[in-house]
Design a protein. Structure first.
Length: 82
């Protein structure tokens, strides 16, 4: 589950990067919930993992959190959220 969390975080950042391209900012409306679900999966993986193998889960949680925060900022600056 830790690997799933890490892959989910990487995909969320890729979606965020595509959402930063002009005229594709509306993709963040799909990427933010995707990253939010990844954040939940990462937290569950973090809680279930043994202490020695939490690195992937921590990285997944951090990547998904970055994708959510930057996606919301991009929507605010682009006029998607008023």
């Amino acid at each position: 589950m830790t690997v799933l969390s890490l892959i989910w975080g990487i995909l969320a950042l890729v979606g965020l990067g595509i959402g930063f391209i002009p005229c594709l900012g509306s993709l963040n409306w799909l990427n933010i919930p995707f990253a939010g679900i990844g954040l939940i999966v990462g937290i569950l993986a973090l809680l279930r993992a043994v202490p020695e193998k939490r690195g992937g889960a921590i990285a997944g949680v951090v990547l998904c959190a970055i994708a959510v925060v930057l996606g919301v900022i991009r929507l605010i600056l682009g006029g998607g959220i008023l």
